[in-house]
Write a protein that binds this ligand. Sequence first.
Ligand code: FAD
Length: 391
Amino acid sequence: MSAAPEPSEAADVVVVGAGIMGLAIAYHLARAGVERVVVLDRGYLCGGASGRNGGGVRAQWSSETNVRLMQESLRMCRDFASEMKIHTWFRQGGYLFIVRTEERRRQLEASVAVQNACGLGTRMLSAAEAQGVVPELSTDGIVAASYNADDAVVFPWPFVWGFAQAAKKLGARVHTFTDVVGFHTRGTTITGVKVRAGGVERTIATRKVVNAAGAWSPEIAAMLGVTLPNTPHRHEICSSEPLKPWLKPLVADLTDGLYFSQSTRGEIVGGIGQARVPHGIDQESSFGFLGRYAKSLVRACPILGTVKVLRQWAGCYDITPDANPIVGAVDDIEHFYQASGFMGHGFMMAPIVGKLIAEHVAHETTSPLFDRWNLRRFREGKLLSESMIIG
Ligand SMILES: Cc1cc2nc3c(=O)[nH]c(=O)nc-3n(C[C@H](O)[C@H](O)[C@H](O)COP(=O)(O)OP(=O)(O)OC[C@H]3O[C@@H](n4cnc5c(N)ncnc54)[C@H](O)[C@@H]3O)c2cc1C
């Protein structure tokens, strides 16, 4: 933190991170009439988690907040293609959650009750009924399942490109390969963002900054002396050879974190949680993942035993201590807004949460969401919960 030299550019709002969250925020800021919006990313579009995820979009959650947000976000995802004039491969085949313990069944029933109260048509199913939805599913060990036919899967990249193009059309500037390396401040006020691009350092004058750097958000916050409790954890995923279409829903096992769906091109795309993965930025693939994934996948669907994996990759989950994001202004620095900690579901939440954050930043509107998800909850010991986390 230091006094700002002559700025090379000025912005009303600088958004750090051109993943889906930062770009959705930039787009809605521009729509809300903010004239000078600048988005900065140290890499290329889709280089972060937004270009590496499974594209799952669902309204099945355990908290009313998440269910209601995702009902709206699902609608926004469905309409994205026609609004942005970009193909998203939106495929509404539902989500089938399976559980293998009695404790998990009770949690699932409680979640389904919350969803039904919000107007969602989710149904609890027996193992045999789950097999009615996916005939290739083995019922061995399945205690119960839940199914919501409205949940969906998309191809993630067009959402990133769509938001970027639309934001630019409205006047926002998106600078890729531009690393945020520090801030200029006066007391608790931000006066500029220090960036490095092509080996050259310069300053963008601004008073408002949104931290949407995903798994890197704690690094950005630390530049302003703000400590975020998020930690990055590698999450691996892979894609099989294409098969003829047979799998309608995304299947997720809440007991071991397995999930898989079939893309419109026929590939089985899926991953599995790994509880013991050490925290830290790591986007490398491992052989161990393939073994664990294959074992769990074949237990769920034995016919997949001979299918070949064609591609494997990894990205970072941005994990918070209570599995809920960190959103809104911080107490110690003026106009420094957080939009991080979205675990394995920030992609699906970005359309609606990006809009709400943009309105909050542009018009200083308040919303119960920004109290609920504020950073100060960790200091005040007001931790939240969410049991329908995959991976
Ligand atoms: C394998 C995998 C599967 C997933 N599956 C799903 C799913 O099915 N559904 C779902 O909703 N979510 C899923 N997620 C989670 C989802 O991808 C993320 O929550 C979401 O993409 C986060 O978006 P973001 O914009 O916050 O972060 P990111 O997309 O990671 O963007 C952050 C950006 O900040 C940039 N940055 C970092 N440091 C700096 C700096 N110093 N200066 C400038 N720029 C910087 C990075 O380059 C990056 O582009 C999955 C994630 C992974 C890894």
